[in-house]
Design a binder for this molecule. Structure first.
Ligand code: NOJ
Length: 551
């Protein structure tokens, strides 16, 4: 176990170089054995995360919620859902993390509430035009009898972004907007009461000691005036945003939030979940008076191609550096196919897999996927800036494909009538011990999504202390990264390598990734870590090495 660290206000902006581990509470560890992960489970397993060598944890939502979108449908922003525990548990979790030297980032979901939030319930019980309805986006429909949605916007999960109300006697009424599931009505950010409400939510959690926030759908809060139809064009240019994303005035919200966070000291941070491209546009969310970080989805979506990776690394360092912010680096999260499987896809699905299931046209090559994933992570951990790890990637977990339809939970699957499998495959509860019930996720064997038999060999207990395991690779990378200050280091491309080789230096460490199909020569210097096997003086395909450079 690592010795406890001090978490005093750090003069060097800890978030600029932090490695942040995402905990998805439903699937991390289950203290009460009901099959759904909880805060008690997290508290008990936190030492293992500190042991990995990360700087902070980000927790996906654990707030009161009917769980229609796995907690991203919040009914009470200032309490803990009983399936996860209590507010007291949340306070204990924050204190335990701090005592282990880990900072704590929590999720805030400002674009929409749950339809069970008291505000939405009050809106349903009130007249059109009332103060209660003005907190959301209600509109009359189009067509003679208002039978058509107010505009053509589509829900991210599939189907129209509008649902029509019907009165107690069945008389149809106005429609409300939901960019996600119909149980997630969009808030009206033109209403000052909404602004005031979220300031109080931020303060509530800051008062309990959190170190920052991950901001859900940060680019969605403000809609274009008049809610015009979206114009669809073939092959839209990057940055074609549509009237409900990335509107200019959304930045005013984060300037306001900055003042709230700053009133708690200099090192409280916010990270934007803003699916906005190009990265120069995303970087606007991290200007000095807004947020601190944005998830680099441009990097996450880049295929395993040397040319494409070189471009996105340059673009990232330019775009974020241009506004004085660090770049983040991320390969997996709870919304995308795990990178150990994504890199095992080669056909059309490789570019944007919306989940993989039993009937998908292509199944990942798992051996290749894991080999590339380890090489990709080894490359990523040497880049300057802040890096994210999604729970389970340190075990090399693959996407789980064989989930029966009746076990699926993601609204994407239901709203697309099963056309998109959605995100359940990356959310399967973690394997901690190979020979325990539910692989150590709990002590009862119950699990809200079925765990595959392969989890036995991938369990943490099978990898801890085992040379060459993915877990040990992550630990080594994080130790070296910390010792050499790579997160706040410098970046320079190394010349003289083939086109399908990525080669750069960060301080005195040289990083060589072989994305070609033949072995490449290693530069002189001591080998510090390698993502796979290496021959004498040469690096095989799909392998990355860190070398201590002679000069
Ligand atoms: C992004 C979250 O990461 C995702 O899980 C959620 O479904 C949507 N936002 C809606 O809140």
């Amino acid at each position: 176990m690592l010795a406890p660290k001090t978490l005093a206000n750090s003069p060097d902006d800890w978030w600029r170089h932090a490695v942040i581990y995402q905990i998805y509470p439903r699937s991390f560890a289950d203290g009460n054995g009901d099959g759904v992960g909880d805060l008690r489970g997290i508290i008990d397993r936190l030492p293992a995360i500190a042991d990995l060598g990360v700087d902070a944890v980000w927790l996906s939502p654990f707030y009161t919620s009917p769980q229609k979108d796995a907690g991203y449908d919040v009914a009470d922003y200032c309490d803990v859902d009983p399936i996860f525990g209590s507010l007291h548990d949340a306070e204990e979790l924050i204190a335990t993390a701090h005592s282990l030297g880990l900072r704590v980032i929590v999720d805030v979901v400002p674009n929409h509430t749950s339809s069970e939030h008291p505000w939405f319930q009050a809106a349903l019980a009130s007249e059109q035009g009332s103060t209660e309805r003005d907190r959301y986006i209600f509109r009359e429909g189009r067509g003679d009898g208002g039978e058509l949605p107010p505009n053509n916007w589509q829900s991210v999960f599939g189907g129209p972004a509008w649902t029509r109300l019907s009165g107690e006697d069945g008389t149809p009424g106005p429609w409300y907007l939901h960019l996600f599931d119909s149980s997630q009505p969009d808030l009206n950010w033109e209403n000052p009461e909404v602004w005031e409400f979220f300031r109080e939510v931020l303060k509530f959690w800051l008062d309990r000691g959190v170190d920052g926030f991950r901001v859900d759908v940060a680019h969605g809060l403000i809609k274009e005036e008049g809610l015009p139809d979206r114009v669809f064009v073939e092959n839209p240019p990057l940055g074609d945003r549509g009237p409900h994303w990335d509107q200019e005035r959304v930045h005013e919200v984060y300037r306001d939030w900055r003042t709230v966070l700053d009133s708690y000291g200099p090192d409280k941070m916010m990270c934007a979940e803003a699916w906005v491209l190009p990265l120069s546009r995303m970087a606007r969310y991290v200007r000095s008076d807004e947020m601190n970080q944005a998830f680099n989805f441009g990097y996450l979506s880049t295929p395993w191609s040397a040319q494409a990776l070189r471009e996105v690394i340059d673009e990232s360092l330019d775009a974020f550096g241009g506004v004085g912010a660090p770049s983040t680096w991320v390969l997996s999260n709870h919304d995308v196919v795990r990178h150990a499987s994504r890199y095992g896809l080669s056909g059309p699905m490789a570019s944007e897999p919306h989940g993989i299931g039993p009937d998908s046209p292509e199944k990942p090559d798992e051996e290749l996927g894991l080999q590339v994933a380890r090489a990709a992570t080894t490359l990523m951990m040497a880049l300057p800036g802040s890096a994210y790890i999604y729970q389970g990637e340190e075990l090399g977990l693959p996407e789980v494909i064989d989930i029966p339809d009746e076990s699926r939970d993601d609204p994407t699957f239901f709203r697309s009538q099963g056309e998109r499998y959605g995100r359940d495959g990356c959310r399967v509860p973690l394997p901690w011990e190979s020979d325990a019930p539910a692989y150590g996720f709990n002590s009862t064997g119950s699990s809200w999504l079925p765990q595959p038999a392969r989890f036995a060999e991938l369990a943490r207990s099978e990898q801890d202390g085992v040379e060459g395991s993915t877990l040990e690779l992550y630990k080594t990378l994080l130790t070296l990264r910390r010792e050499s200050n790579l997160g706040s280091g410098s970046f320079e491309w190394l010349q003289g390598f083939d086109d399908d080789v990525i080669a750069f230096r960060n301080g005195s460490i040289g990083v060589i990734a072989n994305l070609g199909s033949t072995e490449v020569d290693l530069p002189d210097g001591q080998i510090l870590v390698v993502s796979g096997q290496h021959g004498d003086g040469s690096l095989p395909p799909n392998t990355t090495v860190w070398v201590k450079l002679a000069s």
